[in-house]
Design a protein around this ligand. Structure first.
Ligand SMILES: *Cc1c(COP(=O)(O)O)cnc(C)c1O
Length: 377
């Protein structure tokens, strides 16, 4: 089956007991254990819930992995996956991973003895050079946020495989509809399902998928121990979102391409960062490893005042954090996602006060272009 069909025919399209087209929401904390024979699958809902299990099987199938796990947020998924490492282990991480992932490595896990080396993952040699005898993990994210830098996944994941390092890829921006890191050599994929998978800006949720059952069991041990699990209603919203991922992603990407190209030709715009545009330095690598460029891009105006005026005047885009919903969202990284990054470090990364990130929604492209035109005037 092709990628779009798999989103619908995922093994849970018909519920066997009633014939319902969909997965029932099983709202319970505990399960009757009958004669205590120990043969039943569920005992307590932190350890397992049938609604959650359905989503876990669906995401494992979509990512072509062995086992999937659902969490209460993307960061809960990432924190739980990082929980498979031990004090004294060393992790290599791309320097522009999601701010929350950066924070948990740099504060929480640092206190627990997990050492981290940041690298510019656009250069696979930096990963090779950062490997130490006690390196146990590699954490990547592509395209990156907010500058849409592209990491060559097969090259970097190959280095990790050779060195026997567990590689983790945050696939939130692309989703398994556009990119499947496990097929490119990754060991674990993580998601903020809050974004494109949920797709409607109405739920916080996270997922992880492992390539092997053995790794899956290690993630499960953390999921059950930390207990950062989602409730069945939130899980159900994510499953419902996944059903329409294809049409949303196709339409949002098509509009992103139009809007990004239009902005690139605008006088007030200094630069547009989008892997779907000719001239983007990572475009060819992205095309080789992903089936599309996604629906998030960023751009720089010529002055800070222009950026602030745009955010104040734009009407069809909410000024907010988050991405991947049906509504267009404009975010201002220096005041939002990267506010806690020291200014000098932000400057080095290219995150300036003229930078705006756009998550393109399902509005008609002509309306978005007209609105952006008035906001930039
Ligand atoms: C939002 C996001 C996260 C964190 O997910 P939450 O659901 O907000 O906890 C992780 N990675 C990426 C790339 C994200 O965009």
């Amino acid at each position: 089956m092709n990628r779009g069909t798999l989103l619908i025919h995922n093994g849970h399209e018909i519920e066997p007991l009633s014939g319902a087209l969909g997965v029932p929401i099983i709202q319970t904390s505990t399960f009757d254990q009958g004669d205590l024979s120990g043969h039943q699958e569920y005992d307590y809902a932190r350890s397992g819930n049938p609604t959650r299990k359905a989503l876990e099987e669906i995401i494992a199938g979509l990512e072509k992995g062995a086992l999937g796990y659902a969490f209460g947020s993307g960061i809960a998924a990432i924190a739980s996956v990082l929980g498979i490492f031990s004090a004294g282990d060393h992790i290599i991480a791309a320097e522009d991973i999601y701010g929350g992932s950066w924070r948990i490595l740099n504060t929480f896990y640092k206190r627990w003895g997990l050492e981290m080396t940041p690298v510019d993952a656009r250069d696979p040699d930096q990963i090779r050079r950062a490997i130490k005898p006690h390196t146990k993990g590699l954490f990547l994210e592509t395209p990156s946020n907010p500058l849409l830098k592209i990491t060559d996944l097969p090259a970097c994941l190959g280095i990790a495989q050779e060195a026997g390092i567990i590689s983790i890829v945050d696939n939130t921006f692309m989703t398994p509809y556009l990119q499947r890191p496990l097929e490119l050599g990754a060991d674990i994929v993580v998601h903020s399902a809050t974004k494109f998978l949920g797709g409607h800006s109405d739920v916080i949720s996270g997922l992880a998928v492992t390539k092997t059952e053995a790794l899956g069991k290690r993630v499960y041990a953390v999921q059950n121990s930390f207990g950062a699990v989602p409730g069945p209603w939130d899980v159900w919203l994510v499953m419902r979102g996944i059903k329409t991922l294809k049409v949303r992603m196709d339409a949002q990407e098509a509009t992103a391409r139009q809007l990004a190209a239009w902005l690139q030709a605008h006088d007030t715009v200094k630069q547009v960062f989008y892997p779907g545009l000719a001239g983007h330095p990572g475009r060819e690598i992205n095309e080789a490893q992903a089936a599309g460029a996604g629906a998030v891009f960023s751009f720089k105006t010529r002055t800070k005042e222009q950026a602030l005026r745009f955010l104040g005047k734009v009407e069809l885009a909410a000024t907010a954090v988050s991405l991947g919903g049906v509504e267009t969202i404009a975010s201002y990284p220096v005041k939002m996602s990267h506010a806690s990054v020291p200014p000098a470090e932000r400057e080095r990364l290219g995150i300036t006060d003229t930078l705006i990130r756009i998550s393109v929604g399902l509005e008609d492209p002509e309306d978005l272009i007209a609105d952006f035109a008035q906001a930039l005037q």
